[in-house]
Ligand binder design. Sequence first.
Ligand code: FES
Length: 166
Amino acid sequence: MTAVPLQPPRRLVDLTLDGEPVRAPEGSTLLDACRAAGKDVPTLCQGDTLTPKNACRVCVVEVEGARTLAPACSRRVEPGMEVRTDTERARHSRKVVLELLASSVDSSTTPRAAEWIEEYGAEPGRFGPDAARVDEEPKIDNDLYDHDRVRLLRCGLQPHAPCAGQ
Ligand code: FES
């Protein structure tokens, strides 16, 4: 007989997402809870196998009682939290983040970036043709990694890590 390693049970945390009661395992993030509830919160620097970097801030949501928007990818669920994922404030913040990023780098290879740019009505072109586009040749570090700053989303991940913009 083979022993199956068991994970310790995780308590469930009660919170609300857009007014709907949900339960999420203790220690999970708001993004985990949103995804489990079928809510599409955009992400650029988040990766399932990466430590949250909170670099892009495109995943922000509103938490009742909090002065600032919270990055869903790193904020942990707490009992009684009231979270709103689709407010005007959150949408405006996401739109500006998408505009700034897409005006300065080539986001064409970033998964879902074009979809979110359209969904949020982002207009990267409003910063003009002289927006800070990086004009550098890709740097080839080794056989596994090309450092192409034109496509770098400034996600804060280390150069050896897989990047959302690569
Ligand atoms: S995806 Fe949350 S800060 Fe980038």
